[in-house]
Design a protein around this ligand. Structure first.
Ligand code: DLL
Length: 445
């Protein structure tokens, strides 16, 4: 009942950005997708030799496409394809016709580079504005944007979307946390855009400065770019006093705004007029039925510069296609629980960092700042959890707190882990994506 009331209030107060598009019935949506998929295949086939060779090898021509199910015959694209054809080999337009380049940080090897035409940039701003609207933002809102500006898509992506919506953007970027607190208060920001871990760092600095963010104008947070648990959502909401909304995206597909929660917050609406979503079994590549957990695969439907065919995101999630209470018909991506490559196998137990977070965050004696340290003893992987004590917990109590956390990790995840409780402030704070796992295992070259 409470949810229904909240939804009614939310949808009365927050109009859709494109009601006709966001509530298209499934049949009309599928027809639009098929038309756009044909166009995308033509673009990829005609302009990207790598795609043309793969489609030829699969015996498929763009005009052969009869139904959306034919998508399953298309080969996957993976991140290493972008690296192998660095920098511009997967682009369907000459660089001189582009408006923007972004790139991943590329901690190992070459970065992955993505490009946008002017129209791609406009599409992206439109989808980001749609996402902000779904989250509850509206024209005239002051939007404090603490996503990093630069090659990372978070800063500029959120910025352009907020402007498109008619918002008043504060282009803060990450860092200078004390200044962030002051400007959030002084400029009366209603919307905060940042990673969830950085939102918590902002809350912490505000508390240390004696500033109560509950008295700020903040009402909505658009948090994404890294996995975060429901427990983390509750923690952020309690510390800042806003409604925390999950937003998803990735540079290879566009940037932030590929999917976003609405006021119902029961999954992130994936904008299906611009993307096709599938979930596959990561081992076999077979498409899984809705509701089953697997790897998210996305095909772009309107991208000009970088059309992506069945891109394997490595993100683990489930899809739900039933109509949402908000009235939107676009499917929902349930919370991203982690990435394939983040999964740890510790003595045969498969563990995602977000499962550990769900146990650690919200316990009264620990703070939501943690790191997972993985080492190898002989042929066995070992894991140690370092978590900060909540402020005010006496140092003599740390060993008891550690025993309690160890017990809960064992009973809820089945993992036996060493737990080290550290003093408040001992774990480095992120200004963007948090580094949750310190992997000290020797890596083969
Ligand atoms: O992180 C784009 C973004 C910016 C999304 C701001 C949301 C907000 P990349 O740097 O390319 O792009 O990283 C993409 O981050 O494949 C996921 O693993 C992870 N990720 C992004 N959003 C979420 C989320 C941006 N809401 C990678 N929940 C993705 C969990 C997320 N993981």
């Amino acid at each position: 009942m409470a949810v229904a009331q909240e939804t009614r209030r939310a949808s009365a107060a927050v109009p859709f950005l494109h009601p006709a598009l966001e509530t298209l019935d499934r049949e009309a949506l599928a027809a639009l997708q098929l038309e756009r998929l044909r166009e995308t295949l033509r673009n990829a086939y005609d302009h990207v030799p790598v795609h043309r060779a793969r489609l030829d090898a699969a015996g498929m021509r763009p005009d052969d496409l009869r139904s959306l199910d034919d998508l399953r015959a298309l080969p996957f694209t993976v991140k290493s394809d972008l690296r192998a054809h660095y920098p511009f080999g997967l682009f369907a337009r000459p660089v001189g016709e582009l408006a923007r380049l972004h790139a991943s940080s590329g901690t190992t090897g070459k970065p992955t580079v993505v490009g946008y035409t002017r129209q791609d940039v406009a599409t992206w701003a439109g989808l980001m504005a749609r996402s902000l609207t779904a989250a509850g933002a509206r024209a005239g809102d002051v939007v404090h944007n603490a996503y990093g500006y630069g090659l990372f898509t978070g800063g500029l992506g959120a910025h352009a979307g907020a402007e498109e919506l008619g918002g008043v953007v504060v282009p803060m970027s990450g860092g200078s946390t004390e200044r962030q607190v002051a400007l959030i208060m002084d400029f009366r920001a209603r919307v905060l855009c940042s990673t969830p871990s950085y939102a918590l760092a902002i809350a912490e600095v505000a508390e240390a400065q004696g500033v109560d963010l509950h008295t700020s104008a903040l009402e909505i947070g658009l948090f994404g770019a890294e996995p975060w648990s429901h427990a983390m959502r509750a923690e952020i909401e309690a510390r800042i006093g806003l409604r925390a909304v999950d937003i998803y995206g990735l540079s290879e597909i566009m940037g932030p705004g590929v999917a976003c929660e609405c006021a119902c917050r029961n999954g992130l609406h994936g904008w299906e007029d611009h993307f096709l979503f599938e979930v596959i079994d990561p081992e076999t590549g077979a498409v899984l039925p809705d509701g089953e957990a697997g790897e998210l695969v996305i095909t772009t439907l309107t991208k000009q510069a970088l059309p992506m065919l069945r891109y394997r995101t490595r993100d683990i999630t489930r899809l739900a296609r039933q109509r949402c209470d908000c009235g939107r018909t676009h499917l929902r991506i349930l919370r991203i629980t982690g990435r394939n490559d983040d999964m740890l196998i510790i003595r045969g137990v498969n563990v995602y960092p977000s499962q550990i977070e769900a146990v650690l965050v919200g316990r009264p004696a620990t703070a939501p700042h943690y790191q997972i340290v993985v080492t190898r003893q002989g042929s066995l992987d070992e894991v140690a959890l370092e978590v900060e004590a909540a402020p005010g917990v006496a140092a003599e109590a740390y060993s008891g707190v550690a025993a309690d956390v160890r017990h809960h990790i064992k009973s809820m995840i089945g993992l036996s882990a060493e737990v080290r409780v550290l003093a408040p402030g001992a774990i480095a704070r992120s200004q963007g994506k948090a580094v949750r796992v310190r992997d000290l295992r020797a890596k083969p070259d």
